[in-house]
Design a binder for this molecule. Structure first.
Ligand code: MIC
Ligand code: SF4
Length: 642
């Protein structure tokens, strides 16, 4: 039987395990990336492992999230990352050089290689044919140290793209269509592999828009073949030598398949407050728009920006709209400046932001109360913009630019002829904002400002695990609920004790206080608990507050791995209806916890208050069982090294 593309790359990198869906495998990691908001933690953990130099083929530390410097904290974090990177053999991409995923695609991504990144949108690299996976910082630290990455072998779902997109319909609309069909849970436990004659019509940045938002499906990753289009892109980046052809075998098999006829697609939008709440723009109607934000790792490529500039050229932004544009990288911004497109944007009345995540992660540009904000980003969770009452719609750059002019959400086809923009034959290449590491053996002092605080480490699992149900939440709780990120909190990503004071506060402002008063306890969640980002702070903050276990209907992949790495027990209800058998403040006990967890996946949680036994599953691999018993991955790794 032939292999599909995902299986081929996994096979090539397989360190242990069998490629059977749902069983644990370990793969060798060629490249890693971190960004600053998860990077400080990843490097503190890397340092704790005591390994002098990274063992990957290439590791890059980007600064793109916390670029607002209203106090010393972010600048301290940047300095720490710059020096720790220089010391340990990691390339450092300075603030201003661009968004990690965009820059990685342009300058570092190599088809067929594995990439592990401490950011959930690392699968952007799948656009160039990498097996690119998002993970928590500790997993990335282990990979930098030469350790493999452990995961459950995913199923592989083939998405066949047929035909070609009509004018004004974009790659963003393709992935929104996939989200509409599969939902934010639809990709869990899967790799999405794109195929079909339609892929030839998509450039690498367009493919990357699609693989980027595979994260919103909950997928492990998404991938495109590496073909002539990929070669052309790499050639224009001066990296043709990095190209290899990659495609599935003729007789490859897939676990699932969906077909999308590109010529049937129309401009789409994800409505508040979920990326899968998708409808046709023309059906949503011409709602009044207050803010339009163009950029983010989803849609900030050169081509995206050129289309926006062409739509804005000679027009004016509507008087009631604030239009902000953040080109994705220094390369993109330079090219727009050189060819005059930047001037067209500015003349139209756009506000140009730094090449960084910016408003996507709530670093500035919070919309007004109740405002409607159209964004080309990938997430529109409630409150993520910084304004709880804001209504964020996710759209293509074309829909965004057209609406910025008209002042209402508009189907861009109403503007008439679509702008014609083509890929450049040669990108402007200047890597001067990427600092190579210091030579091996050189003296480098790691600079640690006062914002860098020790991170919490769990203790070995007790025999009796008990505590109250400290909070009970519903379905699809995001890491933005568990550990909010905004301009006020992001500067404290290297200060878990401070961050913990805000843990789960969007769901219940008293949670941190209650958790501390009770000496910790349990979190009760619905399905897809922990969807969204890779931030391990969503596990470290609960750990800091004494949380011992989370009982949910189901978990998002990266968050579950982060809980395990922190030594917090992730449990799923054997019978989902038992969710109703636990209320807040109920006393819960797991007797003989160590024995029970060692002995198998089904364990009993006693609800002492209700006098009921509740069966839960702890679906862990043998290695994960050991990690939970040890009280987290760091303790486990130390034990292994003893
Ligand atoms: C996000 O988009 O939520 C982030 C910020 O990029 C996160 C990482 C983080 O929390 O720092 C992600 O997606 O992993
Ligand atoms: Fe940055 Fe937003 Fe992309 Fe996260 S989703 S990496 S915050 S641009």
């Amino acid at each position: 039987m032939g292999l599909n593309l995902a299986q081929k790359i996994i096979k090539e990198h397989l360190v242990s395990g069998e490629m059977k869906p749902g069983t644990e495998i370990a793969i060798r990691i060629d490249q890693t990336l971190t960004q600053d908001s998860t990077g400080t933690m990843a490097y503190l953990q890397f340092e704790a492992m005591g390994i002098p130099r990274v063992k990957t083929k290439k590791s890059v530390a980007y600064i793109d999230h916390n670029t607002l410097q209203t106090g010393f904290e972010n600048a301290d974090d940047h300095k720490y990352i710059q020096t720790v990177a220089a010391k340990h053999g990691i390339y450092f991409s300075k603030p201003g050089n661009g968004i990690c995923h965009q820059v990685h695609l342009e300058r570092f991504g190599v088809p067929g290689m594995t990439l592990l990144g401490s950011d959930s949108h690392t699968p952007t690299g799948g656009g160039i044919g990498m097996l690119a996976i998002g993970a928590g910082g500790l997993d990335v630290a282990v990979a930098m140290g030469g350790g493999p990455y452990y995961m459950m072998m995913p199923k592989v779902c083939r998405v066949v793209l047929k035909g070609a997109l009509k004018p004004w319909v974009t790659a963003k609309d393709i992935i929104l269509e996939v989200l509409r069909r599969l939902s934010v849970k639809g990709g869990v436990g899967k790799i999405i592999e794109y195929a079909g004659d339609g892929i030839k019509t998509l450039t690498v940045p367009e493919r990357a828009t699609i693989t980027n938002m595979g994260a919103e499906l909950g997928a492990t990753t998404s991938i495109f073949p590496s073909d002539e289009v990929t070669r052309e892109f790499l050639r224009a980046q001066g990296r043709e030598n990095d190209w290899v052809e990659l495609k599935p075998d003729e007789d490859a098999e897939y676990d699932e398949e969906i077909v999308i006829n590109l010529d049937e697609l129309e401009p789409l939008a994800a409505q508040p407050h979920s990326p899968d709440n998708v409808a046709k723009v023309k059906d949503i109607g011409k709602i009044k728009v207050d803010q339009v934000a163009i950029g983010s790792c989803t849609n900030s490529s050169y081509m995206d920006m050129m289309k926006v500039a062409a739509i804005l050229k000679g027009k004016k932004v509507h008087p009631d709209v604030s239009l902000v544009i953040a080109p994705g990288s220094k390369q993109v911004l330079t090219m727009l400046a050189q060819n005059g497109a930047l001037a067209d944007m500015v003349a139209a009345g756009a506000r140009i932001l730094e090449s960084a995540c910016g408003p996507c992660i709530g670093m500035g540009q919070a919309p007004a109360t109740d405002a409607v904000s159209l964004r080309t980003f990938n997430r529109n969770f409630e409150g993520r913009s910084g304004t709880k009452s804001a209504k964020v719609y996710l759209v293509s750059p074309e829909t965004a630019a057209a609406s910025a002019i008209t002042g209402v959400l508009i189907d861009p086809r109403e503007l008439g002829e679509a702008p014609k923009v083509s890929m450049p034959e040669k990108f402007v290449i200047d890597d001067s904002m990427v600092l190579p590491p210091a030579p091996e053996g050189a003296e480098v002092e790691v600079v640690r400002g006062p914002n860098i605080k020790p991170f919490p480490i769990n203790q070995a699992l007790a025999d009796k695990v008990s505590g109250k149900a400290l909070i009970k939440v519903g379905d699809n709780i995001t890491t933005d609920h568990i550990m909010p990120s905004n301009a006020k909190l992001l500067p404290f990503r290297s200060n878990v004790p401070y961050l913990a004071e805000f843990c789960l506060t969007p769901c219940d402002p008293d949670f941190p206080k209650r958790a501390k008063e009770n000496g910790g306890g349990f979190i009760i969640g619905g399905s897809n608990y922990g969807q969204g980002s890779s931030r391990e702070h969503a596990a470290l903050a609960p750990l800091q507050l004494g949380v011992k276990g989370v009982i949910a209907k189901s978990f998002a992949r990266i968050h579950m791995a982060n809980l395990i790495n922190s030594g917090i027990i992730p449990m799923t209800f054997e019978n989902e209806a038992d969710y109703d058998e636990i209320d807040m403040d109920d006393e819960l006990v797991i007797e003989n916890a160590r024995e029970q967890i060692k002995n198998g996946s089904s364990i009993v949680v006693k609800n002492v208050t209700k006098g009921k036994d509740i069966k839960v599953n702890v679906a862990l691999s043998q290695r994960q069982v050991e990690i939970i018993l040890a009280g987290g991955l760091l303790n486990y790794t130390r034990q292994q090294n003893q």
